[in-house]
Design a protein around this ligand. Sequence first.
Ligand SMILES: [Zn+2]
Length: 224
Amino acid sequence: MVPGVRLVVLGKQGAGKGTQCVRLSHHYVVPHISTGDMLRAAVKTGSALGVKVKETMDRGELLGDDIIMEMVADRLSEPDARARGFILDGCPRTTHQAEVVAALLLPGALDLTVDIEVPTAQVLRRLAGRRVCTDCGTNYSVTTPPKVNWMCDICGGEVIQRQDDTEDAIRRRLDLYERQTAPLIDWYESRQQLAKVSGTGSPDSVLRRVIRAIEERRGRGQGR
Ligand SMILES: [Zn+2]
């Protein structure tokens, strides 16, 4: 069995980060820990955390670091993550969160933070073509629609373009992401924990690049 990995994956919306995280989690047999997925699941099940999350969002406020970090700390302490590692997606978003994550991993450390880079023009094209099921959240696109009449293949729900997927709104989100993430990229770079990987091309070729970056970092990238 391939050894596990402790990985943070960064990438702007539309860079294919979610897809790569799922594939990486299969390849390395470690959990894909997505803060977005965990928050949505918590809201859906109505857990104590979910109620707190929903109240915060209903007030139009941003979730505090404390809620996110408590959730991440809990998940990282579970046996699967402790034994083999994890693919961390959606956290850290700030250098403060990065410091907390680093402290949680002591005496160990991350193997690597991978930044999946895709040119903004390409991301805009991808996101503007994106369609989503209103019921279960499955993603489609104008090039990969559901089989029948914009009805979800999985649940039969209506597949639409989200209102916040207009080009202006997407561009604003991408700008905000770059501004927020720049210090985080610098933080990991200064600790020699960052690998920038091109996210262009097929999902398979991106996955190969990410795996190569990880193996090179572990010092046995030869021959791959
Ligand atoms: Zn659906």
